[in-house]
Write a new protein. Structure first.
Length: 914
């Protein structure tokens, strides 16, 4: 189907036989298809395309008056939410103005000239089908089926002119406008109108060259009824159905015939128009189409299918044994994306079946599923920073060498994971630094022999490295160990004072371009966090190693003593969140009393805190200023921060009012006293080393949490830009709603700004539909092979038998012993029911859970390590905390009375006290 280039000057009308008719931008979806079918019919001679002409998009543009354009502009503003008003009323207004406007004489003369050329003096006696033919309609990406009007049996030039205007007006009908809005299309799209000779067919229907449900290409489905095909197209009657199957030798055979009820048919009236007639009982009980005619239609459909090189939805009719093809459009769902494909769309590839993956650490920092845009931004923002850091720190080449496989952090089911073996061997196999990485990520030294054997294979031997190169790298490592926070204040100043110029631009394209140009401006914060995290892990491992050597082994005493050493006041950023909230709650009680504050609605309480000049208001506003950029799932730009929606915080403050005590318990910072509390026997040398190492460990924790907050502040800048961009794209009609932007990738946003592709919109909508399922998935800490959620529907029969004295053992990360009632909470919504003194049992925690720490008496998580969020905040609050209790949220229940031992790492169900 080679076509000449589309002419620069488009005529007002083109006949089906004109090559120009085959261009969609000239004659719309239906018109261009009829042009192609006409060419095929002239070559094939086995079917007929009724003659006709197309009133082109050029004629439509000439028809548009200033009054129409102003009404359309108002409709766009109302539809896109830029102006208040009723969409249906605005639609009716545009349609009414179009129908009442006069068709320009040039267009009328061009229509008359074409019809007389085709039908001579019979023009006024002929009956025509006048059909809407918008650009983009009847394509593989948008069917627009039934969205715009068709007029059958139109007779006389006056009625034809009127029908043309009604077709143009129909694209502004409420249903058509909503369809375009949902697909991100312009409301006033270029539009043509088809004027086609009507054939009084005896039998008509629709044919699919594949199974319309399963898209099986070996099946042809034909539906048929007496009279015109509108009863079949509209679905107003149950037609006869023929199922044909393609055999291996290329022949067709009728596989099944289903006789429909077909109680009515539509026929043409002699005076013009159509009429519905009832079908007699004899005809109802018989097939309206002969078997041999069904086979003829099937063979013809294969030719049309081959001509278009795609599965087709064909409207056909038969009269006096002749086949008439009235329309052919692509089957729009033939390549429809399945739910399963969407679930795995962003999955990383597997290099081998034995690959190990883990959600440790990243499952806490980035819990649940991340939005597609969140995933894309995470990769793009961190990729270069991590690579530069790895090169500077002498990471083996095997970690960086793959061009086709992401290393380190990757995704499955939109959940962030790590390649466990490569993270373990990032700094060599069985080295001090590699053990430090294990403790930092997993909270323990991994002893799985299969995993460690696989990790050893992955680790590149650095024996070929020269002594000078090794010494040079060791000097660099030593420098990083002490200098990791040297540039922190400078990075803070840059990020906190960053001017968001991209928030002040007028169009979506300008905003997107400015955001892309600014993408590297936040690298300083990311680099500072990577440096601080690495050095903090190194210092932790040095201290951990001192304890291990003093004890002679890795055991529970080493873990609990490590936790005790870190459980000293250190002004950690993440721990300041619950502390500051507690101070606000206490101040509120002092200022107005708990009863008055609790009696306020959330909106009233929020308004009061934002406007009051009291100490409560000042402390609240200071909290928002320092921590307002933070929230649950804070690395995902889709998440709502506390500053954007403070209702959750205010609700918590109302719960905390009167439930917290005004007491500031300072932890004992005297190192000698701390040494006396430890279980590990320390020599004089070990104590000397710890006096030097411990302050640096605390410094590392402070820097790590401070730079993490700085990273989140950077992502909050992105968040504000993305939300601004989403509003602009919705305002310009490129997105059906601003929230959908989070289900696009950056490349798709760029494409959408240039093409308005409905395929991208459809895919994003599908992702949003599936996202709640992905969000609920939970994964084991370490997985071998393809990761699978432990709570997938197919595996949901994983029920645990109730054990009265159940005991589970994990890793102790904050010492202390407590008894109390359990509160199992997987989500923040479930956590909102926490009562003072309860023991929280959850999958993992991040900064979004911080406000609950002042009211709980202990914390248990399935994921986590010695430096995880729950561990850090628990130590600051002196709460017992045990991590790594896989399955605890299923084996324990809300209301259980439990013992939590943060020294031995035990959680035990006890009899309820009487």
């Amino acid at each position: 189907m080679s076509l000449p280039s589309c002419p620069e000057s488009i005529p007002l009308t083109v006949q089906f036989t004109d090559a120009t008719c085959q261009f969609g931008e000239v004659s719309g979806g239906k018109g261009s298809s009829l042009g192609k079918l006409t060419q095929l019919s002239q070559e094939d001679k086995t079917f007929i395309v009724p003659k006709g002409t197309v009133v082109t998009t050029a004629a439509y543009n000439q028809f548009l008056t200033m009054e129409i354009l102003e009404a359309v502009k108002y409709l766009e503003n109302v539809t896109y939410g830029n102006e208040s008003g009723d969409v249906k009323s605005a639609c009716k207004r545009v349609s009414s103005i179009i129908e009442q406007s006069s068709l320009p004489n040039k267009i009328c003369h061009s229509i008359i000239e074409d019809l007389k050329d085709l039908f001579g003096d019979e023009v006024n006696q002929r009956k025509f089908a006048v059909r809407s033919s918008a650009t983009g309609e009847d394509t593989s990406t948008m069917s627009a089926a039934g969205q715009m009007d068709t007029f059958l049996g139109v007779q006389g030039l006056k009625d034809i002119f009127s029908a043309v205007k009604k077709c143009w007006a129909s694209q502004f009908g409420h249903i058509a406008v909503e369809y375009k809005r949902r697909n991100g299309q312009v409301l006033n799209s270029p539009m043509a109108v088809v004027i086609q000779d009507m054939v009084a067919c005896e039998v008509s229907g629709v044919l699919f060259t594949c199974d319309p449900v399963t898209n099986n290409p070996s099946v042809i489905t034909i539906t048929a009824n007496y009279g015109l095909g509108e009863t079949v197209v509209s679905g107003s009657v149950e037609p006869d159905t023929f199922v044909l199957r393609k055999k291996d030798d290329g022949k067709l055979e009728v596989d099944d015939i289903i006789i429909g009820t077909k109680h009515q048919k539509i026929i043409m009236k002699d005076s013009g128009g159509t009429v519905i007639e009832d079908i007699d009982d004899q005809s109802k009980s018989e097939s309206c189409l002969r078997k041999e005619d069904a086979e003829r239609l099937g063979k013809l459909s294969l030719k049309i299918d081959s001509y278009y090189k795609s599965s087709r939805d064909i409207e056909w009719g038969m009269l006096e044994d002749k086949i008439y093809i009235l329309q052919s459009r692509p089957v729009t769902n033939v390549a429809a994306v399945t739910d399963n494909e969407i679930k795995h769309e962003f999955d990383a590839p597997l290099r081998c079946e034995n690959e190990y993956f883990s959600v440790a650490n990243v499952g806490e920092v980035m819990p649940g599923a991340s939005s597609p845009l969140g995933v894309d931004l995470m990769y793009k923002c961190f990729a270069n920073v991590l690579k530069r850091d790895a090169i500077n720190k002498g990471v083996p080449d095997n970690i960086l060498s793959s061009r086709y496989y992401p290393n380190g952090i990757l995704t499955f089911y939109n959940h962030m994971m790590m390649t466990a073996a490569e993270m373990i061997t990032r700094y060599g196999y069985d080295t001090l630094k590699s053990k430090g990485m294990m403790v930092s990520i997993f909270g323990r030294i991994i002893d799985d022999p299969d995993l460690m054997s696989y990790a050893k294979e992955k680790c590149k031997d650095d024996s070929e490295q020269s002594i000078i190169a090794k010494m040079h790298q060791q000097l660099k490592d030593c420098w990083y160990l002490f200098s990791f926070d040297f540039g922190l204040e400078k990075a803070k100043e840059k990020i906190h004072n960053y001017h968001l110029d991209f928030l002040n631009l007028k169009t979506a394209k300008e905003t997107f371009t400015a955001m892309m140009n600014a993408c590297s401006d936040f690298d300083d914060a990311l680099e500072a966090h990577v440096d601080s995290s690495t050095s903090s892990s190194d210092w932790n491992m040095i201290m951990f190693n001192i304890l291990c050597q003093a004890k002679g082994s890795f055991d529970i005493d080493v873990y609990s003593d490590f936790a005790r050493l870190l459980a000293t006041s250190s002004d950690v950023e993440s721990a300041n969140v619950p502390q500051a909230m507690q101070e606000v709650a206490i101040q509120i009680v002092k200022d107005i009393g708990k009863e008055k504050f609790k009696s306020m609605s959330t909106e009233e309480a929020t308004q009061w805190l934002q406007t009051t000049s009291s100490s409560s208001g000042y402390k609240y506003r200071q909290f928002i200023k320092r921590h307002g950029h933070r929230c649950l799932k804070e690395f995902d730009v889709r998440s709502i921060t506390w500053e954007m929606d403070p209702k959750l915080l205010v609700n918590l403050l109302q719960n905390m009012a009167g439930a917290t005590k005004d007491e500031s318990t300072k932890k004992d910072d005297n190192i000698s006293n701390i040494f006396s509390e430890l279980n590990v026997p320390l020599s004089f040398i070990s104590k000397c080393w710890l006096r030097f190492v411990l302050p640096n460990c605390r410094r590392g924790v402070r820097a790590r949490e401070a730079t993490k907050s700085l990273c989140i502040k950077s992502f909050d800048h992105w968040r504000k830009g993305v939300r601004r961009l989403g509003k602009q794209m919705a305002s310009e009609g490129r997105l059906p709603d601003e929230e959908l932007i989070f289900f696009l990738t950056l490349d798709e946003i760029s494409d959408l700004l240039n093409t308005r592709s409905p395929t991208i919109i459809s895919r994003a909508s599908h992702r949003r539909k599936i996202f709640p399922t992905l969000e609920n998935y939970k994964f084991p800490e370490i997985m071998k092979g393809i990761p699978k959620p432990i709570n997938d529907e197919e595996e949901s029969a994983d029920k645990y038998e109730f054990v009265a004295d159940l005991t589970m053992k994990g890793t102790p990360v904050s010492v202390g012993v407590t008894k109390g009632y359990a509160r199992v909470a997987i989500s923040l919504e479930e956590a909102s029911h926490l009562q003072s003194g309860e023991i929280l049992i959850t999958y993992s925690t991040d900064i979004g859970w911080s406000p609950y720490f002042p009211i709980v008496s202990g914390v248990v998580t399935e994921l986590g390590g010695l430096i995880s969020h729950g561990a850090v905040v628990s130590r600051e609050y002196g709460l017992p905390c045990v991590v790594g209790l896989q399955g605890a949220t299923k084996k324990f229940y809300t209301g259980d009375y439990v013992l939590l031992d943060g020294k031995k790492g035990i959680l035990q169900r006890l009899p309820k006290p009487e």
